[in-house]
Design a protein around this ligand. Structure first.
Ligand SMILES: Cc1ncc(COP(=O)(O)O)c(C=O)c1O
Length: 400
């Protein structure tokens, strides 16, 4: 396999509906999130010296390691979905359920005992377990084989019933769903399938807070990106952010590049195929980018990516480790970003596209040059500290 493969999107006559991911809806979502005492806009690192060294105009990296003290963006989706679930159950509008009200005894009494159920590579489960814990409710979380102990412990700290199973991520999703169906649990999964779409749609809307904050901050600085790089597991995050920016920059849409690891490249495979069908990837999905280790595209997100993303890249493991080292060791004057494997891969890709002569054709195809202003999202911090040190301190998965 090549170190990097590219698939471009074929032009569509009919595009997916992205109205539910517009600025108006993003503002409502942000209103909900800002009612949380933990809420703060996460930093947008402007890496001017790095961009100069790479030969682009500028590079902005949104640092989600600061999100709610949970080291990843994922809680944005889980909390918004749970908020909507509660509002629906109680016949209220979400605007009547700010954080204080949502965690009140009155709401708990009306709801009764609820068990929130999910499968996770780490971050989504932690976000859901945290939300359930804030509400005084229970959660049950399924994790795939190979999960780092730190990620299990962080979920257990939220009083969750969490276990690692001898199964991959997609199999864990099915196990969690069976459990929820048979035990009166509420399945809160960050991916969709036929007949299960409301909660994943809310989760995607929840992710817009991250995109909206970046949009606002760039606007305050009079900046508009030419390129947006987004990492993908099932593609909920990528499709939500793609839709948001396609709405706000409808007149002059930036080039949007989706990045996946070779070992779990279901969106790349789907984009490359000519049959218009979704292509799953099976097996162990054993990539260091644990958050991206998903083999089945989100069914409600794929049509959005198919309509609005520009390119799909499938990449080697090294782009994650390289990105972690670049962000963790800034050029003097730039801000340091502690970024985990799934967070750093997009920066790793941009850095290598600009410096590796073997990637020149791909660089030219996506149109990266000295006028490019790139926006990337470091979606997690060092969520597996042992691996972080092995990579950043000891040079595991060396750059080439
Ligand atoms: C840190 C991180 N980044 C990106 C993603 C990808 O999100 P999605 O599965 O919606 O594509 C995940 C998913 O768990 C994640 O944990």
């Amino acid at each position: 396999m090549n170190k990097m493969n590219i698939a471009s999107v074929k032009t569509k006559d009919e595009k997916a509906n992205i109205d539910f991911l517009n600025l108006e809806s993003a503002s409502k979502v942000k209103g909900f999130h800002s009612s949380f005492p933990q809420y703060e806009r996460t930093p947008l690192a402007e890496l001017s010296n790095l961009s100069q060294a790479l030969g682009i105009k500028n590079l902005y990296v949104k640092d989600e390691s600061y999100r709610f003290g949970l080291n990843a963006f994922k809680v944005l989706g889980a909390s918004f979905a749970v908020g909507n679930y509660i509002a629906n159950r109680l016949g209220m509008d979400l605007s009547e359920l700010p954080y204080e009200k949502m965690i009140s005894d009155e709401v708990k009494e009306k709801l009764g005992d609820v068990k929130f159920v999910s499968a996770t590579d780490g971050n989504h489960g932690r976000g859901l377990a945290w939300t359930a814990n804030q509400l005084g409710q229970k959660s049950k979380i399924y994790m795939p084989r190979g999960t780092a102990q730190e990620r299990v412990d962080n979920i257990r700290k939220e009083n969750s019933d969490v276990d690692v199973y001898d199964a991959n991520y997609d199999e864990c999703v099915r196990m969690a769903n069976d459990y929820a169906n048979n035990n009166n649990g509420v399945m809160v999964q960050d991916t969709s399938w036929d007949g299960y779409e409301d909660i994943p749609r809310w989760i995607m809307q929840g992710y817009m807070t991250m995109a909206n904050e970046a949009y606002e901050e760039l606007k305050e600085n009079g900046v508009k990106p030419t390129h947006i790089f987004l990492q993908a597991g099932v593609g909920s995050l990528a499709s939500a952010v793609t839709a948001f920016f396609s709405n706000v920059y409808a007149d002059d849409k930036p080039t949007i590049v989706i990045v996946e690891p070779h070992k779990a490249n279901c969106l790349y495979e789907t984009a490359s195929a000519d049959d218009g069908k979704i292509h799953n990837v099976t097996g162990d999905l054993d990539t260091i980018m644990a958050g991206l280790a998903c083999g089945e595209p989100v069914t409600i997100g794929w049509p959005i990516l198919d309509s609005y993303a520009s390119y799909f890249l499938s990449v080697d493991e090294m782009y994650a480790s390289h990105g972690m080292r670049v962000l963790g060791n800034p050029i003097c004057g730039d801000i340091k970003v502690i970024s985990g494997e799934s967070g750093a891969v997009t920066t790793g890709v941009v850095s290598k596209l600009m410096t590796d002569p073997e990637l020149k054709d791909i660089k030219d195809e996506v149109g990266l040059n000295e006028d490019s202003v790139v926006l990337a999202f470091s979606t997690e911090g060092d969520t597996d500290k042992k691996m972080y040190r092995e990579i950043v301190w000891d040079g595991r998965y060396p750059s080439y």
